[in-house]
Design a binder for this molecule. Sequence first.
Ligand code: CO8
Length: 274
Amino acid sequence: MDFILYEVSGNVATITINRERALNALNSQVLDELNATLDAVDLDTVRCLILTGAGPKSFVAGADIGEMSTLTKAEGEAFGKKGNDVFRKLETFPIPVIAAINGFALGGGCEIAMSCDIRICSDNAVFGQPEVGLGITPGFGGTQRLARLVGAGYAKQMIYTARNIKAAEAYRIGLVNEIYSAEVDAEGNVVKTAQEVMLAAAQKMAAGIAKNAPIAVRNCKKAINDGLDANMDDAIVIEEKLFGDCFETEDQKYGMAFFLDKNKEKVKAPFVNR
Ligand code: CO8
């Protein structure tokens, strides 16, 4: 892999888009490598993924404008499909994915973040869908996911104006869940950068998710995702099936037996993912 780093620590894996000299812009090779990386995740071990970008400046500064600049209509559509297929794989990935956004999240960068389950960012993050300023529409799901996440009004404003927004505004409209700033000592020296603080928070959140019953967590993701696309009557049935699916698993039996056990000295064992 030239442009993707993959690290596993305990039950948490981190995928880093590593094309720093182009601010981690997504070209075809990055998309292919990301696709292959997702296919290779060992779901017996990994229970939560973190997606981030290399360097302190940019998460992903969009699709690669150089590569797109000479595309024909058919090639443009094919490039859009390539991105959409990978992003949809991320969105429907069986385990939760946290986007740890360390700077620019523009165009395809904002779109890939929106394909993740949870978004947190450092205070230098900048979000935007600048495509109409380049003569195209958002093409990796931006028109669809942004409207679903922040409502049609804000989505249309961001997309039509092509105006970038800072972390505080992204937080206000619900595009990110949390913003992290640098840790400074009493003299004002930076002890940890905002990026380091945010990545530590992402690891902590991921570890917190990973210690819960994995089959239940996966079923929650599927219930929320599938239910959002259904009417309430069908959505409730989706939940019922995924709720029922958890019963008779070893983790359900153990989790409930642990609660019911009145022995005060008991220590909770890790869930076994069965
Ligand atoms: N594509 C290719 N290269 C990029 C991109 C990009 N999206 N963004 C940055 N780079 C490169 C620059 O060309 C530059 O390279 P070099 O050093 O070789 O000149 C390097 O990264 C550093 O960038 P800058 O010098 O511009 O850094 P600045 O700090 O001055 O500016 C910005 C940072 C503001 C992020 C600026 O780089 C910028 O505006 N980048 C483009 C952002 C953008 O418009 N993104 C949206 C692209 S369109 C898109 O994502 C559509 C997705 C759907 C596609 C559907 C396909 C059909």
